[in-house]
Design a binder for this molecule. Sequence first.
Ligand SMILES: NC(=O)c1ccc[n+]([C@@H]2O[C@H](COP(=O)([O-])OP(=O)(O)OC[C@H]3O[C@@H](n4cnc5c(N)ncnc54)[C@H](OP(=O)(O)O)[C@@H]3O)[C@@H](O)[C@H]2O)c1
Length: 326
Amino acid sequence: MKAITISEPGGPEALVLTDVDTPEPKSGEVRIKVAAAGVNRADTLQRQGFYNPPAGETDIPGLEVSGVIDAVGEGVTEWVVGDEVCALLVGGGYAEQVTVPAGQVLPIPAGVDLIDAAALPEVASTVWSNVFLTANLQPGETFLVHGGSSGIGTMAIQLAREVGARVAVTAGSQEKLDVCRELGAEILINYRDQDFVEELAKATNGHGADVILDNMGAKYLPRNVDALATAGRLVVIGMQGGVKGELDLGKLLRKRGAVIATSLRARPVAEKATIVAAVREHVWPMIADGRVRPIVHSRHPLANASDAHAEMEASQHIGKILLLTD
Ligand SMILES: NC(=O)c1ccc[n+]([C@@H]2O[C@H](COP(=O)([O-])OP(=O)(O)OC[C@H]3O[C@@H](n4cnc5c(N)ncnc54)[C@H](OP(=O)(O)O)[C@@H]3O)[C@@H](O)[C@H]2O)c1
């Protein structure tokens, strides 16, 4: 089969279309004939050599796909050949075929086409596990998501709005903030010329954010703690602003706050299956009845994965970038 491999760590041109062996499903796995793969920020880090796959896993990038099951491993009872599905992967999605544990597979939600479904598994699993299972966002609480127009952000805004939270976002342009507003964000902060701590305090009468979903890491750590409400929960999922920051424990203690950092990719298969089951139970119905939708910015042929990475790194996109096998 054809797959995108990383010739050597580097820029987008390091992504090369290559002939590789077709993977065979092991016990408990299915194989998917890929229709589309989602591009994630993590893939760009892997390409640069900063985010290697867990030991023993494929080094083909790609954390999510949609497609049709074309082989089923021993012991799999819930899926059959021909099922149209999407799936959360540990890697391997930038390929014509990929194998995945059966518990990480989801049906295509009603009303979503097969291609666009590739935009869902990674963002839905990341947002649901962090914002709801870990940070326990409640109706009426204030939720701040940094990078509101990102793949993650566009899903986080919609899900938080649906559970009845008040949503605040940061983004780097008015156009992006406008889309965030359309998706349900009420407090819109341009991080290039506004201070999010001040703006959030103004908009919430000094209350701050009960939950923050952060992609910036070190650069935003002190200000995120400042922006937290009493008993607030800061969940760090990205380190776009560096890995080592200074944490004022006195401030955190006075707020009785929590700082949590998580990664989805390295979690054991059983944990991923639990998250995927929760996504199917809670998020899929919201998509099926049209309240939440995948936001797809662009679609590129798989062979042009380098263009897709260049587009993501230029950061002009809103929502998800997809790679198509046909
Ligand atoms: N830990 C996990 O399990 C996990 C899983 C999935 C994703 N993630 C992380 O989640 C983040 C988003 O991923 P993605 O795939 O959705 O990426 P993406 O679409 O490329 O989004 C990156 C976002 O970063 C924003 N950004 C850049 N500088 C910023 C700043 N100073 N303040 C606020 N926002 C800023 C960009 O906003 P502008 O375009 O407006 O500049 C853009 O919205 C990444 O950091 C990724 O690594 C983590």
